[in-house]
Design a protein around this ligand. Structure first.
Ligand code: SF4
Ligand code: SF4
Length: 311
């Protein structure tokens, strides 16, 4: 509880990256703010550094010269050095970042920094002229930004005051209160629909699709501007059953201008799995090529769904 006269601490969020000049995350040129922490753990996730809500240290083995400096610096004894056995013991690591600062070779990287709304605002506002000239704005992504709905609301209120367009990329697994909180300050939603079947969704993401589909229906009923997105993961999301179920769900909403954007699976996140000493579970799956993406797009159009491919 805050004492009389004391101001509540400003909300903070752990941010992994603030990326300017994006053209794939909503209309126009955008700055994308990546939040750390996600309620899902999709096997194909390309941003494994966004899964945990806490800052983490990654180790890029190919850049390491085995100089041993970091193991001297680490007060927790969390780094074991030496050729071929260089590892971070995450059970000891406090993510203080001292080793990152001490490594002269860029082999250690810090994923996530605790930031306030003004910290983020100071960065995203700098590109206002590009937003204005392109119809762009600010997109929050992750991870799952709706885990920090109060933060997003405050950030977007500032954007609104400066007439900056706002967009949320969400996995859809969020508390209803969080959605209600951000709707008044959000211009667009990019909403993931991965697998409709609840059991398959749980198998591949760790959670059922139930609440996600309810939230999707709720947003459509509220008449928000929404684009659904589906990762095109060969033999997982592009099955006939999932395409038919997705089409039925979207058409069943009664919303006329509903559209689906396919996000072809790629393997570019593999290096980050190695850096975080995490297992990459998709080694047997090839990236979704153009031909497959075009075939899936056509199948959706034949099912009566307006469909595009994200390039
Ligand atoms: S300080 Fe950097 S280069 Fe030296 S051993 Fe540690 S990670 Fe490798
Ligand atoms: S972040 Fe801090 S605790 Fe973790 S390995 Fe580096 S120096 Fe040690």
């Amino acid at each position: 509880m805050t004492g009389a006269g004391k101001k509540a601490a400003p909300p903070r969020a752990v941010i992994t990256n603030i990326q300017g000049f994006s053209i794939h995350d909503g209309p126009g040129i955008r700055t994308v703010v990546f939040f750390k922490g996600c309620p899902l753990a999709c096997r194909w996730c390309a941003n494994p550094e966004c899964l945990s809500p806490e800052p983490q240290i990654g180790f890029i083995e190919t850049l390491c010269t085995d100089c041993g400096e970091c193991s001297q610096i680490c007060a927790e004894g969390a780094i074991r050095g030496g050729k071929g056995v260089h590892r971070i013991d995450y059970s000891r690591c406090t993510s203080c970042g001292d080793c990152v600062d001490g490594c002269g070779y860029g082999a250690l990287v810090r994923y996530g920094e605790s930031m306030t709304v003004p910290d983020v605002w100071d960065i995203v506002r700098r590109d206002k002229m590009f937003y204005d000239s392109s119809g762009g704005g600010v997109t929050v992504s992750g991870g799952e930004p709706l885990l920090r709905a109060g933060f997003v609301r405050e950030l977007f209120e500032l954007c609104r005051q400066e007439r900056i367009d706002t967009c949320i990329e969400t996995c859809g697994l969020a508390a209803r209160d969080a959605l209600v909180e951000v709707i008044p300050v959000t211009d667009h939603f990019l909403f993931d629909l991965k697998l409709i079947d609840p059991k398959l969704h749980k198998t591949y993401t760790g959670q059922s699709s139930g609440i996600i589909l309810e939230n999707a229906a709720f947003l459509m009923e509220r008449g928000v501007d929404i684009v659904f997105r589906q990762p095109l993961v060969p033999a997982i999301t592009d099955t006939v059953e999932n395409m038919e179920a997705t089409a039925a769900f979207l058409k069943g909403s009664g919303k006329k201008d509903v559209s689906l954007e396919l996000m072809p699976y790629h393997r570019m996140g593999r290096g980050k799995y190695r850096a975080l000493d995490m297992r990459y579970l998709m080694d047997g799956t090839e990236a979704a090529g153009n031909e497959r993406a075009e075939a899936v797009k056509k199948a959706y159009i034949d099912l009566g769904v307006r469909c595009t491919i994200s390039r």
